[in-house]
Design a protein around this ligand. Structure first.
Ligand code: HEC
Ligand code: HEC
Length: 346
């Protein structure tokens, strides 16, 4: 009896907190002091390709961008947001599905890549088909298997929402909602996704030591992997065929350039946070890092566009594979994947 009352009480308390949580304006500004929304270029990194000079980064712009990123209103039937496919705990990749899972339960053909350090990229998507960060969101919003919505409808939905009109006013000076402003705000949010505080980064700053296995893995990585996945971004941002197939269901870079020399070449992914952003490769074919290492060790498929660096594979003992995986795990940035500034505000 007593227990039951306690349960009822608990239920009531929970109910009240849930209701009041919904009451609060979803944008909790207090947790975001303005000086928290500042782009910090990690020491020793190259200059970013996009620097906000034409899109001044502000707290209100960032908060608006975050809300848009997590808002299902950007999809035709209001069920899918950018955050549906790009999940923070997975470094904004998608843990649930090998290829992306969008509106009406439809599947795309490619794996959702993680999102961080995008300001250093000049081209986006696995095939580099989009060449400006500001226009990138148009692709998922209008893609029939992702969000399947028109920008006109998105603008109308946002314009008819008083809280959005206020947020656009705070961010851009007046209440007008338009496509350009939506893209600028999304760029402020996505551009702020900088990941540079992994154990590896702390090691390079002299703050922690690597274990024996991590050190061995680091050395092996430098010898075998860093030509395509070099620090600090852990990608050279080039398009490469790393030997997954000998004939190509997805032509990769060649879908954009139409050049047979680009068959099966894909944008080299960064390996930061790789331990939390499985599955791997453009089509999500590998579930584990062990499978990826085994691919480089014994699975390289020959073709005319295969990278010459991989023509004989990368022979590794099982100890060496384990050591490389230990090193790759030092690239996980827990500060980034738990940073409350980047979390869903809804
Ligand atoms: C249905 C799942 C899905 C949704 C929803 C989605 N994305 Fe993606 N995203 C993907 C996939 C898959 C790719 C890779 C596409 C390709 O290579 O053709 C991608 C690629 C990207 C990239 C390029 C990253 C890189 O490294 O090149 C960015 C940036 C991005 N998405 C941002 C967004 C934004 C912003 C939204 C919301 C407006 C969004 N995504 C909605 C699945 C999704
Ligand atoms: C010649 C260039 C090259 C070399 C060398 C190389 N990679 Fe890659 N790597 C790539 C490319 C390209 C992809 C993406 C291929 C795709 O999806 O079609 C990739 C993908 C990966 C992925 C999947 C990441 C993700 O998010 O999907 C991992 C992990 C990886 N490589 C680790 C390594 C390791 C470890 C080594 C060294 C043992 C290595 N790579 C050597 C080019 C290279």
């Amino acid at each position: 009896m007593f227990k039951k009352t306690i349960h009822k009480l608990l239920f009531f308390v929970l109910l009240v907190t849930t209701i009041s949580a919904c009451d609060i304006d979803p944008v909790i500004k207090e947790e975001l002091p303005a000086d928290n929304i500042r782009l910090v270029i990690p020491p020793g990194w190259p200059n970013p390709q996009y620097d906000f000079s034409t899109n001044p980064l502000t707290k209100d712009g960032f908060i608006l961008g975050r809300k848009l990123f997590y808002d299902t209103k950007l999809s035709r039937d209001n069920t899918v947001s950018c955050g549906t496919c790009h999940q923070q705990f997975a470094a904004f990749a998608n843990l649930d599905h090998a290829t992306s899972h969008g509106i009406d339960g439809l599947f795309g053909t490619r794996n959702a890549p993680p999102l961080y350090n995008l300001l250093w990229h000049t081209n986006f998507m696995w095939d580099g088909g989009i060449n400006h960060i500001e226009v990138q969101p148009l692709a998922p919003i209008t893609n029939p298997v992702e969000m399947d919505e028109s920008m006109n409808n998105v603008i109308n939905k946002l314009q008819s929402d008083a809280s959005y009109r206020l947020m656009f006013k705070n961010a851009f000076g007046d209440e007008m909602v338009n496509t350009q402003r939506v893209f600028l705000a999304l760029t402020q949010f996505q551009g702020m996704l900088v990941s540079s505080n992994s154990k590896y980064d702390k090691y390079t700053r002299g703050q922690v030591a690597l274990t024996v296995s991590e050190t061995n893995g680091f050395n092996l990585f430098q010898q075998n992997c860093s030509s395509c996945h070099p620090a600090p971004l852990f990608t050279n941002l080039d398009y490469v065929n790393n030997g997954l197939d000998s004939t190509f269901a997805d032509l990769g870079r060649a879908t954009i350039t139409q050049d047979p020399n680009d068959y099966g070449k894909f944008k080299v992914p960064s390996l930061r946070n790789v331990n939390v952003s499985r599955p791997y490769m453009h089509d999500g074919r590998f579930e584990t890092l062990e499978q990826v290492l085994e691919h480089y060790n014994s699975g390289i498929k020959n073709s005319s566009t295969l990278s010459p660096l991989l023509s004989t594979g990368i022979p590794l003992t099982s100890q060496e594979k384990q050591d490389i995986i230990s090193f790759l795990k030092t690239l996980t940035d827990n500060t980034f994947i738990t940073d409350r500034r980047f979390a869903d505000p809804f």
